[in-house]
Design a binder for this molecule. Structure first.
Ligand SMILES: [Zn+2]
Ligand SMILES: [Zn+2]
Length: 296
């Protein structure tokens, strides 16, 4: 929903993404204007229960207070889970206090830290772990990993053998079915192997110093910031950012399937040269621009 670094410019918004895992929508970063983008792309407030904030530079979280306020005005009562550096609580509470806002739903904070990577969320179907990045202030990336999926029903065979549909859920878990005549139907014969679980890594603002590369193993799709092009490598280092060349090199070294780049500097109105630069090294590179969707 946002691909700009620092300020909104050229129809580009500050950083925010939505990750859809089996229709559960996770928000990653929440720059200013994210609510407008949600309206534009039909993302409903109530569908979001988890928000992950990489660091406390404004272009990654200035949209949060507005979004929380709107969730409240929309009558939300269920908890919102917020994963962010600890100072976020003080910032939000000060804003609530001086605006006389009494938010009617619980905000469950999970404070991230930059000592070492950790698992910050585990559900039945996926986990979220942090990546410690190297930026001007404490900053983490996030890896979203699906767990092993259930087996898939082989409909043709299951229907031919008249397997009652209420047993499908058990078969998917690998439990055999015994029919009324006492005949055993093996789950293995009635199901197909599941799709391989997917992993998405989100590397927010960071200098590409190699320190976190080791954690980017078995990633299908990697999002990596790419604030500058190769000729600005020195500037990227000074400001703790990455170039398109470095992001592409990292994607290639880690053997990911797809690289998404974003967090573009305001100096680039046209992003085609940046994309070209990255694709020369890693052809499966795409611009993570507003309104684009990608399959992990
Ligand atoms: Zn930023
Ligand atoms: Zn930053």
């Amino acid at each position: 929903m946002g691909s700009s670094s620092a300020t909104p410019i050229f129809h580009r918004n500050p950083t925010s993404q939505i990750l859809n895992i089996n229709e559960r929508l996770l928000m990653i970063d929440c720059g200013e204007g994210t609510q407008q983008q949600m309206l534009r792309y039909g993302i409903k407030y109530h569908k979001i229960d988890h928000i992950f904030i990489s660091h406390l530079h404004g272009d990654h979280f200035f949209g949060l207070i507005g979004l929380i306020s709107s969730m409240h005005l929309n009558g939300r009562t269920k908890p919102l889970y917020l994963y962010a550096p600890a100072e976020i609580k003080e910032i939000l509470e000060l804003q609530f206090k001086h605006s006389g806002s009494v938010i009617k739903f619980p905000i469950e904070y999970h404070f991230t830290q930059v000592e070492k990577p950790e698992i910050i969320l585990e559900t039945n179907d996926f986990t979220v772990e942090t990546i410690v990045l190297n930026h001007r202030i404490p900053c983490t990336g996030f890896i979203f990993r699906e767990k092993e999926r259930l087996r898939k029903i082989n409909k043709e065979i299951a229907e031919e053998l008249n397997i009652p549909q209420q047993y499908y859920a058990l078969l998917k878990k690998g439990i055999d079915f015994i029919d009324e005549k006492g005949v055993k139907h093996k789950a293995k014969d009635l199901t197909l192997d599941p799709d391989a679980p997917k992993a998405y890594a989100y590397c927010s603002d960071t200098v590409a110093d190699g320190s976190y590369n080791i954690h980017l193993k078995n990633i299908d799709t990697l999002y990596h910031e790419s604030t500058f092009m190769h000729d600005m490598t020195e500037r990227a280092k000074e400001t703790f950012h990455t170039t398109s060349y470095e992001a592409a090199k990292l994607a290639k070294e880690q053997g990911v399937n797809k690289l998404l780049i974003g967090h573009f500097s305001a100096r680039y109105r046209d992003l085609a040269p940046m994309l070209l630069e990255a694709r020369e090294i890693f052809p499966q590179t795409y611009l993570a621009q507003e309104g684009e969707t990608f399959l992990v």
